[in-house]
Design a protein around this ligand. Structure first.
Ligand SMILES: NC(=O)c1ccc[n+]([C@@H]2O[C@H](COP(=O)([O-])OP(=O)(O)OC[C@H]3O[C@@H](n4cnc5c(N)ncnc54)[C@H](OP(=O)(O)O)[C@@H]3O)[C@@H](O)[C@H]2O)c1
Length: 273
């Protein structure tokens, strides 16, 4: 038993391997950058936090539970990266305003904002409650408004920034049983394009990454039958990995993406083309 690595040790080992790659392997430049990643406690957000940290970015990991974002920040730090945890419920506008103010005070500036925290409350419209509607809109869409308002304006003053919002192919194609989620994710696209136009002259870009089906806790909830049906719709015939999304986000967060704004990047194995 003693020779087996625990999951946490394996995570740190894999992360440490990423950090040891020569800089020439990376075509993305990050100079003294600090990022906020929401929903960084698990799944896609965790992968985004890990990939950005592996490129030298200081990452502020946000999730609802202190345990999940705390564990991710601790694993990044143990592997040689720079990360801290800031647990906050992103659906609570007043809480986001408070923590944003504290973060700006502590770190001086934020260069990269990744609005990734999200939930689903699926159900056919006839059976969808007001609570299911409001919780999904508030967590996925309204949270973007609050974070971008409090962090985006300081970015504009600094004349450099990258905002990346994680939408979904559901927001582009629609999906039966996801009227609330698809509305929130489509709303994120309109929001992101509007912000792109407002912030462009100040050196701040704003883009969308729209994942297809990605292997995380969110899709693990789907029945085997639904997973099979979904796989059949994907030209690559498989679900993606969280790191596939993280790599796209890292490019959009880098120096090299500076002339790209207001765009939607689907990362979905070809599903929504
Ligand atoms: N997985 C997919 O196939 C897929 C496809 C398209 C789009 N997306 C989008 O990608 C994003 C990440 O999805 P995922 O699959 O990685 O989800 P996940 O595994 O369920 O993880 C969601 C993360 O968001 C956090 N979160 C949820 N509600 C929150 C709140 N009110 N306040 C703060 N943090 C909150 C969770 O915090 P805790 O750790 O504290 O629970 C968790 O860290 C979501 O926006 C999702 O809609 C996912």
């Amino acid at each position: 038993m003693g020779s087996w690595l625990s999951l946490a040790q394996l995570d740190i080992f894999l992360l440490a391997t990423l950090y040891s790659l020569p800089a020439t392997f990376s075509s993305m430049t990050f100079t003294n950058r600090t990022a906020i990643v929401t929903g960084a406690g698990r799944g896609i957000g965790k992968a985004i936090a890990e990939v950005l940290a592996s490129k030298g970015v200081t990452v502020i990991c946000v999730s609802k539970s202190p345990e999940t974002c705390g564990a991710v920040a601790a694993a990044i730090s143990a592997a040689g990266g720079k990360a801290v945890a800031r647990p906050v419920d992103v659906s609570d506008g007043a809480a986001v305003a408070k923590v944003s103010g504290e973060i700006i005070k502590e770190f001086g500036k934020i260069d990269i904002l990744v609005n990734n925290a999200g939930i689903t409350r699926d159900g056919l419209l006839a059976r969808m409650s007001d609570d299911d509607w409001n919780a999904v809109i508030q967590t996925n869409l309204t949270s973007c408004f609050h974070w971008t308002k409090h962090i985006g304006w300081p970015m504009c003053r600094n004349r450099w920034g990258r905002i990346i919002n994680i939408s979904s192919v559901s927001g582009i194609m629609g999906n039966a049983g996801q009227a609330n989620y698809a509305a929130a994710k489509a709303g994120m696209i309109g929001f992101t394009k509007s912000i792109a136009k407002e912030f462009a002259r100040r050196g701040v870009t704003s883009n969308i990454v729209a994942p297809g089906f990605i292997k995380t806790d969110m899709t693990a909830e789907l029945s085997e039958e639904v997973q099979k049906g979904a796989t059949a719709l994907i030209p690559m015939q498989r679900f993606g990995e969280a790191v596939d999304i993280a790599n796209a986000v890292a490019f959009l967060a880098s120096e090299e993406s500076g002339y790209i704004t207001g765009q939607v990047f689907t990362v979905d194995g070809g599903m929504a083309m």
